[in-house]
Design a protein around this ligand. Structure first.
Ligand SMILES: Cc1cc2nc3c(=O)[nH]c(=O)nc-3n(C[C@H](O)[C@H](O)[C@H](O)COP(=O)(O)OP(=O)(O)OC[C@H]3O[C@@H](n4cnc5c(N)ncnc54)[C@H](O)[C@@H]3O)c2cc1C
Length: 400
């Protein structure tokens, strides 16, 4: 049976997150966007509300909620600003859920528990200056030294790079396979900022998500123990793709929040602005834009909910998650752009939030698989050229 009803826990969570984002972030976001920095106290508040580990089981320091809850949190956060949702995407989606699924018990105790409690901030380092969509074009590498590994490489365009404590680092552990572009030569390691040889920096001059941190990090002969390898040697690519399946889900839900915020801002404006002796809400072409935003919101919402349902029930969801991400991000760009038009010249000014929505939502069309990559994947699935991956189940507390 399909149940479209949210539980009381879901509804309470939405209320809490909505109040937090609107009251604690909303009044400051214009200033943080201009200064290109958010107040780090926000992270403490997110931790107090248990958001950073919302879908991590209680036994690992999380709130023990489900994937739908994670999506609801992301939709609410990004309806206020994208930087908030990005924190959830990299910390909870790409990193913590990956450790929950692929990590050893020792890794979970050492890294996942403090991350879920919000005591440590985590992110995910796959992209390099010369390799984004083409993951196997990466140059980062690790070589064995006794029971340790020596890590070298440079990661670029990494969310929270300059403020996170823990990093998932993807690199080659088999040079021969790298030359053959055989991704079974890639592995994944946990790296800490405090490790000798680690350095990071911030990228300035971004189009959007200016309140958030995006940067780069380098590893120069960073020594990590075997215990920091996630999964088995050679499983790095698989782990990276698993992580993206969680991250893309958060991006889809967040982009849906942008569509909703664009619709709501447009409705408010259309009901106050008057031209030709009537509210602009009475002009049919303004109505059409609002109708399209409503349709795009509802469709995107249903798509991420379906992906969340498949995740909750441990079913394969790569295709559904990719579809939700592709469609929600594309529609968010369209909605934010239309919202600016509804606002006329005022939409072009940062006195109104809609120009920020447009600047922010563009990145989501690029990261976690560009629009082109998702378009090609969907075509390949439809043409039968690509098979749905089996789901590697997480350990949802709500199903034990
Ligand atoms: C704000 C922001 C935050 C980010 N955060 C992170 C993060 O936390 N961690 C992380 O690892 N990465 C992160 N990224 C990086 C992001 O995932 C990459 O930018 C993305 O994967 C695209 O890679 P690229 O920029 O190298 O573009 P390229 O891969 O060089 O692509 C350039 C263009 O070519 C197209 N293209 C490439 N290959 C194909 C193909 N086979 N068929 C058709 N078209 C193709 C692309 O669609 C795109 O239009 C972030 C990026 C941004 C902008």
């Amino acid at each position: 049976m399909i149940d479209f009803e949210f539980t009381d826990d879901h509804k309470a969570l939405v209320q809490t997150v909505r109040e937090f984002a609107r009251n604690e972030v909303g009044p400051h976001i214009k200033e943080w966007d201009e200064k290109q920095q958010f107040n780090p106290a926000i992270l403490k508040k997110m931790a107090e509300l248990n958001l950073l580990g919302v879908c991590i089981p209680e036994e690992y320091g999380g709130a023990g909620f489900d994937y739908i809850s994670l999506g609801l949190v992301c939709e609410e956060l990004e309806a206020v600003d994208t930087f908030l949702r990005v924190i959830m995407s990299v910390h909870t989606g790409l990193n913590s859920l990956t450790l929950l699924t692929w990590g050893t018990e020792e890794q979970k105790q050492k890294y996942l528990v403090p991350q879920a409690k919000g005591e440590k901030l985590a992110t995910y380092g796959l992209t390099e200056p010369g390799a984004g969509s083409d993951v196997v074009g990466a140059r980062s590498n690790a070589r064995r030294d006794g029971n340790d590994w020596i890590l070298n490489g440079e990661k670029m365009w990494i969310s929270l790079a300059d403020i996170a404590d823990n990093f998932l680092f993807f690199c080659w552990t088999d040079e021969e396979k790298r030359r053959k572009r055989d991704h079974s030569g890639m592995s994944c390691f946990i790296v800490e900022r405090s490790m000798k040889g680690f350095s990071s920096g911030t990228i300035h001059g971004k189009l959007g998500i200016r309140a958030g941190n995006t940067g780069y990090f380098s590893l120069e002969d960073v020594r990590v123990p075997q215990a920091n390898m996630v999964g088995e040697e050679g499983e790095g690519f698989k782990i990276a793709m698993f992580a993206l399946e969680q991250g893309r889900y958060t991006v889809a839900a967040g982009a849906t929040g942008v569509i909703r915020a664009s619709r709501d801002a447009s409705v408010d404006y259309a009901n106050t602005r008057e031209t030709f002796g009537t509210k602009i809400a009475n002009h049919q072409l303004v109505k059409q834009k609002i109708a399209e935003m409503e349709a795009d919101y509802q469709m995107s919402h249903l798509l991420w909910l379906r992906a969340g349902y498949l995740k909750n029930t441990g079913q394969p969801n790569a295709k559904a998650t990719s579809l939700a991400k592709w469609q929600a991000t594309t529609r968010s760009e369209k909605a934010a752009s239309m919202a600016i038009e509804v606002h006329g010249a005022n939409g072009y000014s940062n006195d109104y939030p809609v120009e920020r929505y447009l600047r922010n939502c563009k990145a989501a069309v690029i990261y976690e698989g560009t629009r082109d990559i998702h378009t090609l994947m969907q075509a390949d699935w439809a043409l039968g050229l690509k098979k749905e991956r089996g789901a590697r189940r997480t350990l949802p507390a709500w199903q034990k």
